[in-house]
Design a protein around this ligand. Sequence first.
Ligand code: G
Ligand code: G
Ligand code: MN
Ligand code: NA
Length: 256
Amino acid sequence: HVLEEDLRAAISAQQFELHFQAQVDAAGHLVGAEALLRWRHPRDGLVMPGSFIPLAEETGLIVPIGNWVLEAACNQLRAWQARSEARHLTLAVNVSARQFYQEDFVDRVMSGISQAEIPPARLKIEITESLLLRDLLDARTKVGTLRDHGVRCAIDDFGTGYSSLSYLANLDVAELKIDRSFTSKLDGADNQKELAIVQAIASLGRRLGLEVCAEGVETYAQYEVLRAARCNLFQGYLFGKPVPVDDLMPALTDQA
Ligand code: G
Ligand code: G
Ligand code: MN
Ligand code: NA
């Protein structure tokens, strides 16, 4: 059981790290990754976000933790920029409502980018539908300002929250991430509804000029269905679990 004081200690002891899950294109080429937070606990080993993010949100500690995530992501992008084989990779970070609605959130993002001297288009911000619901006006301003600076936002777990299609008309988001609850049923016998939903999201996204990422791709059959639906990014255990950076692109670390 995680306590607030444990979490505070973890921040000052710098016990957080990022793992990376590959994102590939329709040809199976690595095009980017999602950064996923882990807590390297001195006694309990690797602690997953489900065990501490809720408390971090409740206590507000998600703000300093999230700021660390942003900075670490920018630093990783900086390292990739120095390698010709990795220079094209994008990195997506998850952002909690509490962090996103801080007054200085956009400034934080932009100062992380400028300190790391990375192209803003390499960083993506993942937000959820429920986050948008909290203050649509502020969200719209923040998403728009980020986009003006070249930073793209993705709607995570798309289709599972209180989806309002008007978000898509009113927010300058760049990507939809189809929730894995749809993906996981695509190769089952009774897949008609999920298939229709995925095809509709993908074609809506295309018509709106958005990227469409399918999450939770575990089988080749799912990948084929999603490619046929014309999703353009794919993420899931088929391509790799979240791993430390050195395991994301082994070819990259061999040399150096
Ligand atoms: O693999 P996984 O257990 O890592 O991730 C579980 C959930 O934790 C994800 O759905 C994601 O939304 C959340 N999460 C992962 N990393 C972060 C992070 O850096 N910040 C926030 N706010 N949430 C994260
Ligand atoms: O941010 P988001 O809620 O999408 O977090 C991704 C979560 O989904 C992480 O916990 C990650 O470990 C998990 N995940 C990623 N790919 C797969 C997959 O192919 N199958 C399953 N079951 N979970 C996955
Ligand atoms: Mn995510
Ligand atoms: Na998701």
